[in-house]
Design a protein. Structure first.
Length: 145
């Protein structure tokens, strides 16, 4: 599959916000979140402001060919700016299990050559398995803390 990362332009922020509802839905399983009275999984949209206001935050769409497949929100970790952190990473279900996420992460590490940190909710065993495999694919070994 032809996977690519495309930096999210501020004009496309609304697309990120639309996709983020699906991310919240996926996370609701682990965070006991519920939709509001209108059926939406709500979030504070201002949390994305920093991605266009700070040089230490990097928003990317993930594409397979010309098709939008997800997003990666990457930042310098606030507690240690020498570490690059995956703040949020999301792949649409259509692309799950097809190597899209692994390829996207590998591309991100090639774009940002740095010390990386991946944080995962331990309850999210599917994500934990994905990240263990993805990191091993890039570095060949893991250091879990």
């Amino acid at each position: 599959m032809d996977v690519s990362l495309l930096k999210i332009d501020k004009d496309a922020r609304n697309i990120l916000e639309n996709l983020f509802h699906y991310y919240i839905y996926e996370m609701s399983d682990f965070l006991a979140l519920a939709p509001d009275e209108n059926g939406y999984f709500c979030f504070n949209k201002s949390q994305f402001d920093v991605y266009w206001e700070s040089g230490s935050h990097f928003p990317y769409f993930i594409y397979v060919g010309q098709e939008l497949a997800g997003f990666a929100l990457i930042r310098k970790y606030p507690a240690d700016l020498a570490i690059t952190d995956i703040e949020q990473f999301f792949i649409l279900r259509k692309f799950n299990g097809k190597g899209v996420g692994k390829q996207a992460f590998k591309l991100a590490t090639q774009l940002i050559s740095d010390k990386w940190q991946i944080r995962v909710l331990l309850e999210n065993s599917r994500a934990l398995s994905f990240w263990q495999s993805s990191v091993a694919n890039v570095v060949g070994k893991l250091h879990l803390i």
